[in-house]
Write a protein that binds this ligand. Sequence first.
Ligand code: SF4
Ligand code: SF4
Ligand code: SF4
Length: 380
Amino acid sequence: MSEEKYKKAARTIVKAGIFPFPINNTMMELLKLLIDEEQLNFIMAFTKKPSQTMEQLKKRSKMSKDEINTHVDKLAKKGFIFNQPNSKGIMVYRLMPLVMVGAFEYTFMKKIEFSKENEKIAILFAKLWDELADFIQDNYDMILPLFQRMLPFDRTVPFLDKNIEGEEIQITINKELEVPEEKVITTQNVEEIIQKFDEIAVGHCFCRHHQDLLSNPCKQTDIRENCFTFGKSAKYVAEQGFGRMISKQEALTILKASEKDGLVHKAWHPHSDISKAETSICNCCKCCCGIFDWWRKGTTAIINSTNFLSYIDKNMCIGCGTCMEKCPVDAIQGDDNNKAERTAEWCIGCGVCAHFCPENAISLLEGMRTVFVPPPRLRK
Ligand code: SF4
Ligand code: SF4
Ligand code: SF4
């Protein structure tokens, strides 16, 4: 009976997200560790509608306000319920998926100790990711159109600071790159994004924290506390103990340190609508970032909004290979003379290559576009 209930709750949780997870033994084991049995009926009240007010929830769950609040308190602490008021000040309760954005992110955003149980949770998430990769590869032709219909997950905000040789990264406006229907002028600089918000929270980078628990620490940076949330996302993060409120100054200091380590700034917008204010900024490394890693493993497409495209001046390139090694999406390869050559369709315009090029051979061309790189087909 309880097995059946967990399965039903699992279906409701999967439906709240964007990835087609199989409901399998790993998911059952994970949910049993994260969710108590008495919370399952409450979760199922979200089956038809993932976001509800208290009145709607009372009707659907047939529970009292006190009972609902007890469930909300417990599930919000685990990242399964987002509880913040909407723009009219009415409290809305949203069921969160396992990932993007939900229980996985919030579990590892807070500082968690190395313990047998936390290690087990980390291992089960990793196993579930591998099984999702298998599922997507097994059903590649059926699932590819799903990715093609998805909106961009994130938006790259490139390095616009001085590169290691001390010169500004050169930016050239390129009219040909401009996509006419995307006339939105987004903030192209992390400092300006930080200045927009009075409420800023920082939590641990969940991808690197997850890898730490798997004894596979990041190869690119020692920084862990550099995942930012803004506005009501920041309030939620701080209220539930996933992170802490910080000043603009502290946020800028952490962002600078992240740039120094060559981490890619990625901004997230509500419902992928880049005309709306950012909800968060990630600072991603090539090795641990879930999206880069899932893409390499054939689990997801890279779907990204960017205003930039790298340009390599081959006359200046000495073929040192740094940009090829650093590019998070492997968009740069060596040509026959071992000089750097970039694949435009793959470039997310992060500026990491330009930041690290010792010859200043790389600049950025400007023009809004969407990057879609399908998941690699890893099986014949
Ligand atoms: S997406 Fe990037 S910054 Fe965000 S948690 Fe993952 S690696 Fe860290
Ligand atoms: S980092 Fe610069 S010099 Fe080195 S291969 Fe890339 S473009 Fe050429
Ligand atoms: S080539 Fe790679 S490192 Fe350079 S801007 Fe594009 S995605 Fe970033």
